[in-house]
Design a protein around this ligand. Structure first.
Ligand code: PRT
Ligand code: ZN
Length: 299
């Protein structure tokens, strides 16, 4: 049966996570055919199909085993976890990987003229949010009693409309807060996208593909910042040059024909290589420096 062979992955249909999620899958080698407005994308070269849905539905689809995997923001996942737990439902989705996109934070923000003296200031205030469970946990952990006003959107204008005194909303650059004369004062949750999977055991074929996908995701995330660096160095400066190479474990050292006092060094640096680093390497005696991007990595 197809269900035993093809993985189903839930991805946000249209929003901030859509492009980075699809970009990650493409980097993992997936070729997806998707007709206009189609809700399912068919993996042409992997037994993996993508279901396009609202991000809020992703934890449920995975929890209920409609999808095997899902890409969703930690903020949505944790809010859902608390909501399910409050209803006495046993939460069973498992987080497989933290991903390096969708970064933001759920924060408390107050109107600019508010006198702020720590989280205690929230006592007795009306706080507008679309994340009532995460906010309730934050308040309970600090023994603060406040009035949570649950909204479905446009939280940032709630204070101006007189619906709340304070807000608890997602922030990335902070420009939305700024435009609404609000100041960020407390972080409730740091968030980024995560890959989750169903609690249900998968048939071996599907499980193998989950493992392969995870290995590829790790490779993709590793190479993003990685660089391959090549240079010539005097043997005498080897130790210092090794120290200067950012995030590299064991560089390859190659003798140079006709130059017994010199070697070539090749290394993968797991961090970006900045001009300052190259300048320090040069000062330490390195020459013929070359920095290349890394396309794929498998360790
Ligand atoms: O339709 P659907 O329900 O699928 O989408 P959605 O409207 O609920 O979600 P969407 O597309 O806005 O966001 C999807 C996910 O992206 C969120 O759940 C977060 O995990 C993540 N994310 C990352 C963000 C932001 N950054 C972000 N900045 N989600 C929302 N915002 C909002 C923020 O609240 C503010 O209103 O974007 C606005 C701009 O932010 P600033 O701080 O850059 O001004
Ligand atoms: Zn949503």
């Amino acid at each position: 049966m197809d269900r035993d062979r093809r993985l189903k992955l839930a991805v946000q249909k249209s929003g901030r996570l859509t492009e980075p999620s699809l970009d990650l899958l493409v980097r993992c080698g997936l070729k997806l055919s998707r007709g206009k407005d189609q809700l399912v994308g068919f993996g042409e070269n992997m037994p993996l199909d993508v279901l396009f849905v609202r991000d809020d539905d992703i934890p449920d689809l995975v929890q209920e085993d409609v999808c095997d995997l899902g890409l969703v923001g930690r903020n949505v996942l944790e809010e859902k976890r608390l909501a399910l737990e409050a209803r006495g439902v046993r939460v069973s989705f498992e987080t497989l990987r933290l991903l390096d996109f969708g970064r933001c934070r759920l924060s408390i923000a107050v109107p600019k003229d508010t006198a702020w003296d720590g989280a205690g200031t929230l006592a007795g205030k009306r706080i507008a949010t679309t994340y009532p469970h995460l906010l309730a946990r934050f308040l309970a952990e600090r023994n603060i009693v406040a009035d949570i006003v649950t909204l479905s959107g446009a939280v940032e204008i709630a204070p101006r409309l007189g619906r709340a005194d304070v807000i608890c909303d997602l922030v990335s650059t902070g420009s939305t807060l700024e435009a609404n004369h609000l100041v960020e004062v407390e972080t409730v949750l740091e968030s980024h996208a995560v890959l989750i999977r169903t609690p249900v055991a998968l048939p071996p074929l599907k499980n193998d593909w989950v493992e392969r996908l995870l290995m590829r995701i790790d490779g993709v995330q590793q190479v993003k910042e990685s660089k391959y660096i090549m240079l010539h160095a005097p043997r005498a400066a080897l130790d210092e040059i090794r120290r200067l190479l950012p995030g590299s474990e064991s560089p390859t050292i190659i003798p140079l024909e006709g130059h017994p006092d010199k070697v070539a060094i090749h290394a993968v640096c797991r961090e970006n290589v900045f001009w300052e680093t190259l300048e320090s390497l040069k000062r330490a005696g390195a020459s013929a420096l070359l920095v290349l991007p890394v396309e794929k990595m498998l360790s």
